[in-house]
Every structure is written in C-alpha cells, then in structure tokens.
Design a protein around this ligand. Structure first.
Ligand code: G3P
Ligand code: CA
Length: 276
C-alpha cells in the first residue's frame, strides 16, 4: 500500500470511529439484554440461505432464532405461497408476476440457485406446508405482502391458522403483520384475539397513530432508522411491543437492544450471540 492510500485509510477509519458513537449514542447492550430480546430471522436466516425457502427456515431453527419471518402472497389459483417480491424475477430462474402462476407452475421454479449453487432446486414453499413443518419448533411471523393485490388473502391466512388450531391468542408463536394497515384491521375483524403487527416505513410515529394501532395491533414494527429510545418508550406506553426491521450488522443490533426494543428482525441470527 502506498503512503497516500495509507493516510486516506487511516483518516477514513478514524472518521468512522468518531461518527459511529454519534449515530448510536446508546449502543450499550449486554448479553443479558440480548436474552430478553426476541430473535427473528428475517425471511428465514436469509444471510445464510435463499430467503423464504425451507433451507432458510431450517437454518433459522438450527441457529436458535425464536421466530422466522415469511412473506405471503397468492397464486393465480388462490394458493398461499412464500415469496417477497410481487414478481419471481429476482429470486427464481423465471420471470413474471406471482399472481400469473398456478401453484403447480410456481413449484417448478428454482428459488435457490440465485443465492448459491448449493441451494439449486429449492422450491417456493406454501404457507400451509411451512406451518405444518415448523409447528412447535419455532415461531412464525407472517407478513401479508401487498395484500391489496390479493382480495380475500386475510380470510385464507386465517383459515390456514384455524384449520391447524394455531389461531388462538395464546398460541404464543404465531403473529401476522403488514404494511397495509387496512388489511390488519380486516384480519382483526376476522380473528379479534389474534396477535397482529403494523409495519411502518416512515416517521415520525405519532401519538395519534399509536392510539389508532393499539385498537387492533400488539406490535409496531418500524424500519430500524425510525427507532430511538423515546419511540420505544412511547410504543410501550401504549402497551404494545416493537420488533424493528431489518438488521444486518452488530452495531445496529447493539443500538436497538440498548434502547430496549422487544425483538429484532435480522438476516443473521448469530448477531444475538456475539454482541460487542
Ligand atoms: O419484518 C419486517 C420486514 O420483513 C419488512 O420488510 O421488505 O423485508 O418485507 P421486507
Ligand atoms: Ca417481510
């Protein structure tokens, strides 16, 4: 390394060391704090395996996450499948809208190779097979992704839970969430006791919103960038919990645990075993 590069590198490193604590003013988190915080593997352990696949969910179980999160959408023939984007383009070997495939067709796609050859042949799972496979092993945080595209999806998800006797409020390990708050109100109407979360991607989160959310939700799950200690305290004042998303580095995890969040959606569940 030449001298100029060395000087620039030292300067950048020093700057990061000075700025980091300013961005994370309460980045104090002990192992004890982590033990009180719920570890949610986002789209499964998606830093280690292709998101929303059985491989990623199995990995979340292996890594002792408390929950894994999934994104639910609906096929052309009304089946509930787990995939994040409204098209299959990014995470499979085909292109097109999820809603243009039947279940039989979408099950032919390779949802693993894009992530790594070791995962070639992973399939897009159904919600139902996932509920059956992981029952009693780990919690499932079920996100209704773009439910406005899929009229009736709330009833279908509720039915899948009811058929498995997973719809009771004290099931402990099943939660439904969405960015679409009308959809959550609809779900609350169908299953009034079932734990629900509202996802929030822009702030600040107002008292009026919290008042509104607390009428039907138990969790307020914002983008991590919206979180500070005051917001956590205000959510708690409304007797709700908060599981912000999506954490991919230790400093962010330490900050959020330090300000008292109740859980963290993350791509790397090992963040909970290696705090700074
Ligand atoms: O758990 C919250 C998170 O899943 C919301 O964001 O885009 O990853 O579905 P997204
Ligand atoms: Ca999601």
């Amino acid at each position: 390394m030449n001298l100029k590069r060395l000087v620039v590198s030292v300067f950048v490193l020093s700057l990061v060391m000075v700025i980091s604590p300013m961005l994370h003013p309460h980045a104090e988190a002990s192992m004890q704090d982590y033990k009180k915080t719920t570890n949610i593997a986002h789209r499964g352990a998606s830093g280690h395996a292709p998101e929303n696949t059985i491989a990623a969910f199995d990995k979340a179980v292996d890594m002792n996450a408390d929950y894994f999160e999934v994104d639910v959408q609906m096929t052309k023939d009304g089946q509930l499948v787990l995939i994040h984007d409204t098209t299959v383009d990014r995470t499979t070997d085909r292109t097109g809208s999820v809603s243009d495939f039947t279940l039989e067709e979408i099950r032919q796609l390779d949802a693993g190779s894009w992530f790594g050859e070791a995962f070639a042949g992973e399939k897009i799972p159904t919600l139902e097979e996932t509920l059956d496979r992981y029952r009693g092993k780990i919690g499932v945080l079920i996100e209704l992704k773009n439910p406005e595209l899929y009229p009736g999806i709330e009833e279908k998800v509720a039915k899948a839970l009811i058929e498995r006797n997973m719809h009771r409020p004290n099931n402990g390990k099943m939660i439904v969430q969405s960015f679409n708050h009308d959809s959550m109100k609809m779900f609350h109407h169908i299953l009034p006791e079932f734990p629900l979360g509202v996802l929030v991607n822009s702030g600040p989160i107002t008292a009026e919103q919290l008042d509104n959310f607390s009428a039907y939700a138990e969790y307020v799950n914002p983008n991590k960038a919206l979180m500070d200690r005051e917001t956590v305290d205000r959510i708690h004042e409304y007797d709700m919990k908060t599981w912000p998303y999506t954490v991919r580095d230790q400093a962010s995890a330490d900050y959020l645990v330090g300000i008292g969040v109740d859980g963290i959606s993350n791509d790397f569940p090992e963040l909970f075993t290696s705090p700074e």
